[in-house]
Design a protein around this ligand. Sequence first.
Ligand SMILES: [Cu+2]
Length: 455
Amino acid sequence: MNKRRHFLANAGATMLGASLVSRAGAAALPEAPVQSSSSTAAPLAPPNGRPYNPVVTLNGWSLPWRMKDGVKEFHLVAEPVVRELAPGMQANLWGYNGQSPGPTIEVVEGDRVRIFVTNKLPEITSVHWHGQILPCGMDGVSGLTQPAIQPGKTFVYEFVARHAGTFMYHPHADEMMQMAMGMMGFWVTHPKDPRQHAVDRDYVFLLSSYDIEPGSYTPRTNTMLDFNLWTFNSRVFPGIDPMVARLGEKVRIRVGNLTMTNHPIHLHGHRFEVAGTDGGWVPPGARWPEVTTDVAVGQMRAIEFVADNPGDWAFHCHKSHHTMNAMGHEVPNLAGVDHRGVARKINNLVPGYMVMGDRGGSMGDMKMRLPENTLPMMDGKGPFGNIEMGGMFTMLKVREGLARGDYRDPGWYRHPAGTVAREWTGEVPQAPMAPDKPATGTVEYKAKKPSGHSH
Ligand SMILES: [Cu+2]
């Protein structure tokens, strides 16, 4: 079993047979492997070329290459794909090599890279290598630096990966349409010396958003802001795998934003530093501690921390609408109103109608009829009940005693005795509602007048 086959047989995702796009007449082209699974693939240990510490693409995979006369050759195929956003929902997207986003490309600083791009879309495309310092004619802006790649045609890009860091790729042809359909991928250029910027676990993923009407499969592509599915690598919670680390390991998480808005990415239970941006590594003396970092449109951020706090830690975008799945808009806020009778009446008129929880947030408990191919707005079962999240939400699971390179979900955290918030079962003193009333004696409640004068 050669090294490549060993990778293919590795734990994690299953890869479909790495078949040639077209065996006849394609002898000069490298293979274009296809990925059928949307789970997180095992890291791709480099079978040739200079050594590096591979990354793990959240719910994604890295693209194998072939070495030809000292050049790393990759083959991307731009094509329509069906992506499972989470169990229970599939989307008709456009992507590369069977998935959206496309595979992560990993190279080493100084590598000469040749990338074949075959266009199997029904329209023109091109690939822009976002953040790379390269010859202008390799920048992939159709019309400006190259003719567009026509359907059925293959183009070749070739350049030296000059700087170690975090990059992305995406089309620069009919961009609004193609990015709204999911065409994008991650790129990591590893340092020449694998000891430089070394971490124990290096996770990468892209932020993307889709506007898919409940009950349908294909994104609306002229949406500017009103997206309804907010994704990590074209997956929504509870379809996003957890990130796993052994207690004490150094972890890096790299995020690229190809949506139309910014995302404040927040990690619980740890403090991190922004160690890298679009432009390269931040000098250690210029980093500061954070628990949330905003990733603006078109930006990349690499955060680093020591996983020194065991548990199942939430990791999510802090915009609360981005941790929800598709919902109907113009839903009134009925918190505090018992509307059960109203909902029943409306359901006779609009089947499947759902009202915002009148007890603050009880959507995970609501039984409602959803259109086909539609996820609940908030979902996910946790060890203590419904997690009631969707969209850009997953967990960092920190555990003692994991093996190096073990990325399997370790299950739910077993909290040490006495360390979990619990119900208070003692006596609860009655607190006054109005702050200007004394806490003793009979409490009188008065409605405030709208004028603001209560006395
Ligand atoms: Cu967000």
